[in-house]
Design a protein around this ligand. Structure first.
Ligand SMILES: *[C@@H]1O[C@H](CO)[C@@H](O)[C@H](O)[C@H]1NC(C)=O
Ligand SMILES: *[C@@H]1O[C@H](CO)[C@@H](O)[C@H](O)[C@H]1NC(C)=O
Ligand SMILES: *[C@@H]1O[C@H](CO)[C@@H](O)[C@H](O)[C@H]1NC(C)=O
Ligand SMILES: *[C@@H]1O[C@H](CO)[C@@H](O)[C@H](O)[C@H]1NC(C)=O
Length: 441
């Protein structure tokens, strides 16, 4: 009797987990396009994958062999579970002391300020993404565009596009990461582009590296698609398989060869590690037997590899490196409004509970990221957007964006089932992430 109920309990827990996972994937992935996002339909025709050989003068990253689609298709025929192993981190140094900062820019409140915000007009930015243009797609309220971030101990320097362009003169600013980072890149382009006359600016949409050029400043603002930082079978911005995710935990030669010459690098990575149960680790290009790790272990390996690259390759005199922490999601309204059953859909105000933290932001991931960044001896500046964005349940597109999939009548009747509570409307929250970047540069 006791045995039987134990088994039933196990079964129940298993089913509950399965259901949660399915719900999560439905809400967050919707056939993958919500997370990877798309700038435009043209992307799918320009999503060229790199099959060429790149120069082999990089000191880091063992394997210089670039895998093509057929290599990925053959990889990891079978797998076993990952045995955590210690990687050497001899090259890292612990940050000396803790240079006491005068003011924590990331701790503060949102203030309604329609005199200074929004910083640009959605319709006035020709590079706006249909995935983020909420007003264009019918969002009726606009107050979410007029919130300004007010740190507790000091004021942010006011955004100044000219000054930012001067900081970027003769430089390459490159955003590297997933669709959240792409949103921040589009925000930056929209923030800057109005300062530049027509004919003196251009966009070359050659995914995975998309480049905005400000001619008179000899400056570029670029986005490079690398959602898992290290090389993976998800490196094509449009065509990537989600059911069977494979990464090369010790390899970012291909990626780094594109980003190593940038002057200012802004990295992010988080949600892709959370959108599936297991991630396969392809240690050597030809392995058929792979290990399988959970998202946190796999992300730790990728971050360690990236940290090795930063430690060995970043030239502190010439380059700046930023890491943007995890972007929060608002998938369960019961977290801020107990008893309710929705998500971010129809949320029009920010959360005003100081220190609010939703279940989408994993504290273990944050701690891992922090301990890795701490070891980089201040070669990397953190843009800690998590807490401030947690408050902004009103900032997501929900149903007010272009979707590429078609929805069933049942879904359409219940909009929260297909709401995007992951990305952010523009103008909106990512503009503030860029104001922070401007302040930290
Ligand atoms: C997923 O998207 C692709 C193209 O974007 C489409 O061909 C496919 O039918 C979609 N699958 C589902 C289950 O909606
Ligand atoms: C700003 O907000 C106030 C109060 O809601 C309103 O009276 C005013 O017209 C707004 N100004 C602009 C420029 O939108
Ligand atoms: C433009 O900027 C690049 C660095 O991004 C620099 O190497 C080059 O010399 C600059 N060109 C001019 C004309 O200043
Ligand atoms: C970001 O801020 C949170 C508090 O809001 C803190 O717990 C976390 O450690 C910070 N992350 C990093 C990488 O510094």
């Amino acid at each position: 009797m006791l045995k039987w109920s134990k088994r039933r309990a196990h079964k129940f827990i298993y089913l509950a987990f399965l259901l949660l996972f399915i719900l999560y994937s439905l809400l967050s992935n919707q056939n993958t396009s919500i997370i990877h996002g798309r700038m435009s339909e043209e992307d799918s025709t320009t999503g060229a994958s790199f099959t060429t050989f790149l120069p082999t003068n990089s000191s880091a990253y063992k394997s210089t062999r670039i895998l093509g689609d057929s290599d990925w298709a053959k990889a990891c025929g079978s797998s076993r579970s990952y045995k955590r192993r210690r990687r050497s981190s001899a090259r890292h140094r612990r940050r000396k002391g803790n240079p006491k900062e005068e003011c924590d820019l990331f701790s503060g409140i949102w203030v309604y300020d329609n005199l200074t915000h929004p910083l640009y007009d959605e319709g006035g930015c020709p590079y706006m993404s249909d995935q983020l243009a909420c007003t264009k797609h019918g969002r009726p309220d606009v107050e979410y565009q007029s919130l300004r971030w007010q740190p507790h101990g000091c004021n942010l320097k006011r955004w100044n596009g000219r000054e930012m362009l001067e900081k970027l003169r003769d430089k390459r600013l490159m955003f590297v990461g997933d669709s959240l980072n792409r949103g921040q890149w589009i925000s930056m382009v929209c923030l800057l582009q109005s300062m530049i006359p027509n004919g003196k600016k251009s966009m070359s949409p050659n995914a995975p590296l998309t480049i905005f050029t400000a001619e008179e400043y000899n400056a570029t603002v670029e986005f490079y698609w690398a959602p898992l930082i290290v090389e993976s079978n998800s490196d094509d911005p449009v065509n990537h398989r989600l059911d069977d995710r494979i990464i090369r935990p010790n390899s970012l030669f291909k990626h780094a060869s594109l980003w190593k010459n940038a002057d200012i690098l802004v990295f992010n990575s988080y949600l892709w590690w959370r959108s599936g149960p297991m991630i396969k680790l392809l240690w050597n290009a030809d392995d058929e037997m792979c290990e399988e790790a959970d998202g946190l272990d796999a992300m730790t390996l990728a971050m360690e590899t990236w940290a090795d690259w930063v430690a060995s390759s970043v030239d502190r005199m010439r380059q700046r490196v930023f890491f943007v922490t995890m972007s929060p999601t608002h998938l369960w309204s019961r977290e801020w409004n107990p008893g309710s059953e929705g998500n971010c859909f129809e949320e029009k105000t920010s959360i005003n509970i100081e220190g609010y933290w939703g279940s989408g932001s994993d504290p273990n991931t944050m701690q891992m990221v922090r301990s890795i960044l701490d070891r980089l001896d201040s070669k990397v500046t953190v843009i800690n957007i998590t807490q401030l964005s947690e408050y902004r349940k009103d900032g997501h597109p929900s149903i007010y964006r272009k979707f590429w999939e078609t929805f069933s009548p049942q879904q359409l009747a219940n909009p929260s089932t297909y709401s995007d509570c992951i990305h952010w409307c523009l103008p909106g929250v990512p503009d503030v992430w860029n104001e922070l970047l401007f302040n930290l540069l």
